[in-house]
Design a protein around this ligand. Structure first.
Ligand code: ADP
Ligand code: MG
Length: 390
């Protein structure tokens, strides 16, 4: 089958039909209509076999995941998914593999009203790039830079599930289907991202682990406030490499339930960390005085954990599992304390747990408070769980 036939067979009319697609797959460019008053939110992610996913992964799950990762970025800005382009590098023509991949991609695209409007197909080692395009009313995107001291920190869903599944998989152990799905078929929190417009002051999706990703909010928000920018101010110049995250083993599994619910150890490395499960970490800043950074206080007892992760922590209190393993694709957001009373109704409406886990502090540093009330700060000696990071 020629490349052209291959594309036609699998990708020509993939995803939702949209009136704003003037011209989709088939010409030199797609033509797309951005409505007046809306801004275009654009993000691209590449997944490489052996680095970001196990080559043996189910192609249908892979099709889902490579779009889910992009949708999660749109969610984190409060943008509504609209279009995507797909660059596929394939080692060989395998119509069955392609069909399954396209089916996984298409199902998630339709669920979110997204149309695949173009792409590129080449031969080479398996690699997939997806660029997503979303729409957000001008000025309403939720940036990383809007957090202020006193804001509360919230997260959706539960943390550490993808990391736990990966640890099991790499150890050759059995993985429960629901746990495996958290790693291989993540759910982008698109509806939550949209609902947090006008409520969240800053937001990020948790792809590298809570500590690292909350760290980005602290860096960007600190730089923005130092620059005299208002909430949602201009882009920050801070670009701070993360390194040397250390996390204490705290607590004894005696954890209190998370505050707001809806009604109801390091894995081995493969490449740079399959599924980002090994966080690059969070650098303590502010000591050198170069870049102003905010801090945060996180209560470990409040972290939302699935029964599987809770059970694991009860046996082995290694908090890097919920704090520093990647690929959960939950949202981490900040909001003013006076707006926190709006969260339970939102959690109920979305059918998604929303948990307040801490607050933003004026001074740099991520302070984790253990279930026993003891304090521990990342960066302290003695508990380095990332000896090979950086
Ligand atoms: P060109 O050489 O002009 O870049 P291509 O032959 O690469 O065109 O692609 C032809 C058409 O097919 C274009 O509209 C392109 O966007 C689309 N296309 C190619 N590969 C893919 C893919 N993997 N997914 C979706 N559309 C694709
Ligand atoms: Mg091309």
């Amino acid at each position: 089958m020629s490349e052209f036939d291959l594309i036609r067979a699998h990708f020509a009319h993939l995803g939702a039909g949209r009136a704003d697609v003037v011209l989709g797959v088939g010409d030199d460019c797609a033509l797309l209509r951005v409505p007046a008053g809306q801004e275009l939110a654009v993000s691209i992610d590449t997944l490489v076999a052996g680095v970001h996913f196990l080559p043996s992964v189910d192609p249908e799950a892979l099709g889902h995941k490579c779009l889910a990762v992009g949708l999660s970025d749109l969610a984190a800005m409060g943008a509504e998914p609209a279009w995507a382009t797909l660059a596929l590098t394939l080692p060989r023509e395998d119509p069955r593999w392609l069909g399954a991949f396209a089916a996984g991609f298409a199902a998630l695209a339709r669920e979110h009203g997204l149309a695949l409007v173009g792409g590129d197909t080449t031969h080479g080692p398996l690699s997939i790039s997806v660029q997503v395009h979303g729409l957000v009313p001008a000025g309403q995107a939720i940036r990383r830079a809007g957090a202020r001291p006193g804001d509360l920190v919230g997260v959706s869903g539960t943390l550490g599930d993808a990391g736990l599944a990966l640890r099991h998989l790499l150890a050759g152990e059995a993985v429960a289907a629901d746990s495996r799905a958290r790693l291989e078929r993540p759910t982008p929190r698109v509806a939550l991202g949209l609902a947090l417009r006008g409520l969240a002051t800053a937001m990020i999706d948790i792809s590298d682990g809570l500590a690292a990703d909350l760290g980005h909010i602290l860096e960007e928000s600190g730089a923005a406030s130092a620059g005299g920018e208002g909430r949602g101010g201009g882009p920050s110049s801070a670009n701070l490499a993360a390194e040397n995250l250390t996390l204490a083993s705290l607590g004894d599994g005696n954890r209190k339930p998370p505050t707001l619910r809806k009604g109801s150890g390091n894995p081995p490395r493969l490449g740079k960390g399959i599924g980002n499960a090994v966080s690059p970490g969070y650098r303590q800043l502010g000591s050198g005085g170069e870049a102003p950074v905010l801090g945060a206080e996180i209560r470990l007892a409040a972290l939302p954990l699935s029964p599987a992760v809770s059970a694991r922590l009860a046996r082995d209190p290694d908090w890097s599992l919920p704090l520093a393993s990647g690929d959960d694709y939950e949202l981490c957001f900040t909001l003013p304390p006076e707006r926190a009373s709006e969260l339970p109704a939102l959690a109920e409406r979305l059918g998604l747990d929303l948990t307040l886990i801490g607050r933003i502090l004026p001074d740099a540093g991520l302070v984790c408070i253990g279930p026993d009330g003891g304090r521990w700060t990342p960066g302290q000696r003695g508990y380095n769980h990332f000896p090979d990071a950086g």
